[in-house]
Design a protein around this ligand. Structure first.
Ligand SMILES: *[C@@H]1O[C@H](CO)[C@@H](O)[C@H](O)[C@H]1NC(C)=O
Length: 453
């Protein structure tokens, strides 16, 4: 799928070089641009940033949108289930202004810490072992990728609440909401438990209600959520895939419900926005901005919908030293360029979005054969540690969303969730099922961490 997809993404850009006028959504200017600077009739060349101007249709309704590369995150946590306590007060509906990460300690998932400790204990080299063990102190997100994981959230919130009370340090719990019906509609490795054909929309609402019920009990603990990795991005570029076209209305209804309900209990939310090599392509970025702004408005423009999360479970640099050759043709060759281009488009559509960026596995660059490759990429290393010192006013925080060491997908071609991306030459094989521990991969991430551990 991704080879084909990357080619299409390139084709979306290349023709504009050959024509006298750039097509609708095509590039028409920017630093380094050598193609046409005029647009076909019915569209206007509009500067997006110094690197990129684009032909925006005067009527502004996108017609056909080329496919680009999906990334496929996946990652679970399953932890000791434990009952919830009752404490019925709800948080107020007023968000604090500014960056929700500032002034908070990020709660460390005990499940991931246990995975890391077990992994470190099986390493014999003393230096590598101690570096590996240090990963347990770096916060990642907890993926609520099935209903059965929701009670874990209650456990973590109770734990965070008691840490907060005993230390006086305010706690922030990071979650990924990831259980849409017909999930991962353009790939296979992360298919979920609900199907649209089998009442999945109501089941999803119930899943959200259960999350909300947990959060309501701990109004003093801050929760930050990434909303549904890949889902809206698939609606931007993959409506040519039947499963995605069929899921469009359901995805929108479910994401709107999640945004509204989580806002009602004060959760700070970032909708997943793919990455530079997906929605950052000139043909995709404006349609993406239009869709995200529409989702924001459909959830009544709640200020708890803080913005977008990019590069979730992916490998792109925040700021590349130089463009990876596989990014050729896309002026948004790293997450900073993507965010700097997308942010103003969102703002002008009425969504003053801020960003968080996953850098968990982005420590090493120029590893992939194609930009769309996403599965257990060989020779990757842990990246920049989570921080609010991002150097970019649009970026609230660098985060680690994907728990490094958990597989992106199996390389076993007999598995029902096998995706051929997971046995490409730049994927590490043999790889276990998505979300399960991948010891050799974890050890590589540790030894190739950049900055070093
Ligand atoms: C590959 O998957 C099949 C089907 O799930 C399973 O029977 C087989 O044991 C797996 N092979 C390996 C090497 O894990």
């Amino acid at each position: 799928m991704s080879k084909f997809a990357s080619l299409l993404a390139l084709l979306a850009v290349v023709p504009s070089l050959a024509y006298a006028q750039s097509p609708v959504w095509g590039q028409c200017g920017g630093i380094g641009w050598t193609g046409s600077t005029t647009c076909v009739s019915g569209s206007v060349c509009t500067k997006q940033n110094d690197y990129y101007s684009q032909c925006i249709p005067s009527s502004s309704v996108p017609t056909s949108i080329p496919t680009s590369s999906p990334s496929a995150p996946t990652s679970p946590t399953s932890a000791p289930g434990s009952p919830t306590t009752s404490n019925p007060s709800a948080p107020s509906g007023t968000p604090s202004a500014g960056n929700p990460f500032v002034g908070y300690d990020i709660y460390l998932s005990p499940y991931y810490a246990a995975e890391v400790q077990a992994a470190a204990s099986s390493i014999s080299d003393a230096t590598l072992k101690s570096k590996a063990a240090s990963i347990a102190n770096i916060p990642t997100f907890t993926w609520l990728d099935s209903v059965s994981k929701v009670p874990d959230l209650g456990t973590y919130l109770a734990d965070a609440d008691s840490i907060q009370k005993s230390t006086g340090k305010k706690q922030l719990v990071q979650i990924v909401v990831y259980d849409l019906p017909d999930r991962d509609c353009a790939a296979k490795a992360s298919n979920g438990e609900f199907s649209i054909a089998d009442g999945g929309q109501q089941k999803y609402y119930n899943y959200i209600d259960q999350i909300v019920a947990q959060i309501k009990q701990y109004p003093d603990v801050r929760v930050v959520a990434v909303i549904e990795p890949d889902s809206l991005a698939n609606l931007v570029t993959n409506l040519n895939v039947q499963k995605c076209a069929n899921a469009e209305a359901t995805y929108k209804a479910c994401v709107t419900y999640a945004l509204q309900q989580l806002s009602s209990v004060g959760v700070y939310q970032y909708m997943d926005a793919g990455h530079a090599g997906w929605l950052g392509w000139p043909a995709n970025i404006q349609p993406a901005a239009t869709l995200f702004a529409q989702m924001f408005k459909s959830a009544n423009s709640s200020p708890f919908i803080r913005g977008l999360a990019t590069n979730v479970a992916n490998y792109n640099a925040l700021t590349a030293a130089s463009p990876d050759p596989i990014t050729q043709g896309n002026p948004n060759y790293d997450e900073s360029h993507y965010i700097n281009a997308l942010g103003p488009m969102l703002a002008s559509s009425g969504f003053p979005a801020q960003f968080i960026v996953d850098q968990g596995r982005a420590g090493q660059q120029n590893l992939r054969q194609q930009w769309g490759d996403w599965c257990n990429i060989k020779n990757a290393g842990f990246g920049t540690r989570p921080t609010t010192s991002t150097g970019n006013p649009l970026i609230d925080a660098i985060v680690w969303v994907k728990p490094g060491g958990e597989s992106d997908g199996t390389s076993n071609s007999s598995s029902p969730r096998y995706d051929s991306t997971c046995s490409l030459p730049d994927a590490t094989v043999p790889a276990p099922e998505a979300g399960t521990w991948f010891q050799t991969y974890f050890e590589t991430l540790v030894s190739r961490a950049n900055p070093p551990l």
